[in-house]
Ligand binder design. Structure first.
Ligand SMILES: [Fe+2]
Ligand SMILES: [Fe+2]
Length: 373
């Protein structure tokens, strides 16, 4: 036997192949045990050098099997700023309050409803310039970035209190885009509504058809997570509850891309993490049943439930739904008398794997989707 060959003992961690086999089996089991819904009321908040109060909703650290991704909720008290740091891409959606983002020494103003893209390794810091707490949702692929060793996390300054006159030091906001032309902030009032456009197109088609003396029927169906669907006119006699069962109230396009119902991106260039859309569901509607890999919905408003791989999960505002990183079959419902609004987040690593493996092909279970009153 050549000298470099030797026996591996039972106490020695050297059989990497056996480790891979075991890890693969463990992964199969772990994804079956995904809690699927993170309840906002159960989130544990911590103070860090970066944030006064941050809690992880979804991530490996809180029991969700992920692609190395996370979703957190953070709070920044009035009169304070976060630390200054840089790392891989980050997507932020402001829930409450107002303030200023300094990104690579440029200023971008934000308020409740602003969506922010922090480009890869951009140096950034948030200042609360209002009289109330700033609260936001933030998503990253931090564990993945660290695992592949191409992403780093560098702390440049620690969080602290705003000094008197601090705003005088800010430059004026020049643009919502950065010097490379990438969109950094989008205010919700400026976000296009895909559903409104579809309704207008459908209305124009109906008017055209009526002018020709035909019965209008629309089979227009976009692709992706959310599908505004105009029910054929013939089905409309079934009663108000069943009208347009998959219809969204609004589909706001934020960063778009990925599986968004529209290819529009509003100038955002997010790759590894994106807050793609806000979906507003009218009472008594459901999404269609479909399958894909990892994605997250953060519930902004309302009460509803999801069926994920045949299990029922209730949720309400402040909760987050995790679509497990495997082909996960799911459908979302608003059974209530009020609207629901959800923020959709997806992570770009899935698009690295989807073309590699046929099993990752997205499935639209249209034939089995149930439109429930
Ligand atoms: Fe950050
Ligand atoms: Fe989905």
């Amino acid at each position: 036997m050549p000298e470099q060959w030797r026996t591996v003992t039972r106490l020695e961690k050297a059989d990497f192949y056996a480790d891979w086999l075991a890890k693969s089996q463990e992964n199969e089991q772990i994804v079956q045990r995904d809690p699927c819904v993170s309840y906002g009321k159960d989130v544990l908040y911590v103070e860090t050098v970066q944030d006064y109060k941050i809690g992880m909703l979804i991530g490996e650290q809180v029991g969700f099997p992920t692609n190395g991704t996370n979703l957190c909720r953070a709070f920044l008290p009035a009169g304070h700023h976060t630390g200054k740091h840089r790392h891989g891409e980050e997507a932020i959606h402001i829930l409450a309050g107002e303030g200023v983002l300094l990104l690579d020494d440029r200023r971008y103003d934000f308020h409740a409803g602003t969506t922010i893209h922090i480009p890869y390794f951009g140096t950034h810091q948030l200042f609360n310039t209002g009289k109330t707490e700033v609260s936001y949702i933030t998503a990253m692929a931090m564990d993945l970035d660290l695992f592949v060793r191409l992403g780093r996390l560098e702390q440049i300054e620690e969080k602290g209190a705003n000094q008197p006159g601090f705003e005088a030091a800010f430059p004026a906001q020049e643009s919502e885009l950065d010097p490379k032309g990438r969109r950094i902030v989008l205010h919700i009032e400026d976000a296009p509504d895909e559903q409104k456009r579809r309704d207008e197109i459908a209305k124009a088609k109906r008017a055209e058809a009526e002018a020709r003396g035909e019965t209008a029927e629309s089979h227009g169906h976009g692709h992706g997570h959310g599908h505004g669907h105009e029910e054929p006119a013939a089905k409309k006699g079934r009663g108000a509850a069943n009208q347009n069962p998959h219809r969204h109230g609004q589909i706001l396009i934020l960063m778009g891309g990925g599986e968004s119902p529209s290819p529009e991106r509003n100038g955002f260039t997010a790759v590894s993490v994106a807050m793609t859309n806000i979906f507003e569901e009218v009472p008594h509607t459901s999404s269609h049943l479909h399958s894909h890999t990892e994605a997250v919905l953060y519930v902004l408003e309302g009460i509803g439930f999801s069926e994920v791989d045949y299990e029922h999960y209730d949720w309400q505002a402040g909760d987050a739904v995790h679509v497990t990183p495997k082909m996960t079959r799911h459908e979302h419902f608003n059974p209530s008398d009020l609207r629901t609004r959800t923020l959709r987040i997806e992570y770009g690593i899935r698009y690295f794997y989807e073309p590699l493996w046929d099993g990752y092909e997205k499935v639209e279970h249209r034939e089995t989707a149930i439109a429930r009153p």
